[in-house]
Design a protein around this ligand. Structure first.
Ligand code: ACO
Length: 325
């Protein structure tokens, strides 16, 4: 009896329009918003991000990442029996991005749903897929993070609009006789709703309230550093492993300073920290699978490596997944 789940393929997709900090600084200046490459790099480590065209949605980005993950796993779309998409920027209020993406893959019938845990979405989705595989409800899952965060940015607010980008990452997670996912640890604390939110919503075809992202950056920073360490330690304890067993740390790619301070707390050399925030910005639920795929395809991450994936984001939500790749 198979009682484990394992990643057998990864994929990612970035929309072609890439803006360096210099490009963004120039665009914002035209709208009277002042920022600089120096400020963005020094405070966040971000040097570039990708923005999707106006008619491109999360499912468009997600399906391209999914196709690459399927190819890497040697599977056809028809082999998949579960699709979970982590996103906070869905194509519609409903149906889910997962259902729309299923149709774009040309398949029907398998379970498909979205998970909404903002930047922790991918670790939540991976944990749910792992549980469904371990209980025998699914055998071959597509787990995807896909976002068009550019749609919910306030381009008159320099404290947030320089931080985010669009993109998608995907993995195929399959039932296996040998352990892939070793342990996970998920949390949320809803009392922090106000420090990171999009307080508007759509009802009856109309936008109500303010549908753009609001963030108290320093408050998020402080919380993030603490919970990323505790989630990593809890996950290691569940798997009876220690800091020294981690080959690669893949935290949510929001800010290089948060990521480096987490690595230091886990006593990990910075060479073991996977960094793509410099090239992608913060792509929310897409950031972890994007970073994973880039590192797998560059040859950095190899079969058998032990990976710690960590998410933190609006909710407040946070969590970690420890796995043998
Ligand atoms: N360009 C130039 N100056 C700026 C900019 C900008 N883009 N943004 C802010 N400033 C200014 C501020 O106005 C402030 O100026 P003042 O001192 O004259 O008032 C100064 O820079 C410092 O601002 P702070 O907000 O204190 O800067 P900080 O060092 O905290 O960096 C940042 C801000 C980058 C947002 C940081 O707090 C951060 O990364 N927070 C965490 C974000 C995060 O991790 N999010 C993850 C979750 S995202 C999700 O779930 C969707």
């Amino acid at each position: 009896m198979t009682c484990f789940s394992r990643i057998t393929g990864t994929g990612s997709y970035l929309p072609p329009r890439r803006l360096t900090n210099a490009d963004l600084v120039a665009e914002l200046a035209a709208g009277g918003v002042e920022t600089s490459d120096e400020w963005i790099v020094e405070r966040t480590g971000i040097r570039a991000r990708h923005f999707a065209a106006a008619d491109v949605s999360s499912s468009d980005l997600g399906v391209e990442a999914a196709k690459k993950a399927l190819e890497a796993a040697g599977l056809e779309p028809s082999d998949i029996d579960l699709i979970i998409v982590a996103t906070s920027t869905p194509d519609m209020v409903f149906p889910s991005v997962a259902c729309i993406l299923q149709n774009k893959l040309g398949i029907a019938g398998c379970a498909a749903f979205d998970v909404q845990a903002v930047c922790s979405g991918f670790v939540y989705a991976l944990t749910v897929a792992d549980a469904l595989i371990k209980t025998g409800s699914a055998t071959k899952a597509l787990v995807i993070g896909a976002e068009v965060f550019s749609r919910i940015l306030d381009f008159s607010d320099r404290t947030t609009c320089v931080l985010f980008g669009d993109g998608a990452g995907a993995v195929v997670l399959e039932a296996s006789d040998t352990p892939g996912i070793l342990a996970s640890d998920l949390h949320a604390d809803g009392k922090h709703v106000g420090i990171l939110c999009v307080p508007g919503h759509v009802s009856g075809g109309k936008v109500l309230g303010d549908p753009l992202l609001k963030m108290d950056g320093p408050a998020v920073f402080k919380l993030a550093v603490g919970v990323l360490e505790s989630a990593a330690r809890a996950t290691l304890a569940k798997a009876n492993l220690t800091d020294a067993d981690i080959d690669w740390l893949i935290p949510h790619q929001a800010n290089i300073r948060i990521m480096q301070s987490t690595a230091k707390k886990l006593k990990m050399p910075l060479e073991k920290l996977i960094v793509t925030v410099d090239q992608h910005g913060n792509t929310s639920a897409a950031s972890i699978p994007l970073a994973l795929d880039v590192s797998v395809r560059s040859g950095k991450i190899k079969k058998g490596d032990t990976l710690m994936l960590e998410g933190v984001g609006g909710g407040f939500t946070w969590g970690a997944v420890l796995l043998n790749y």
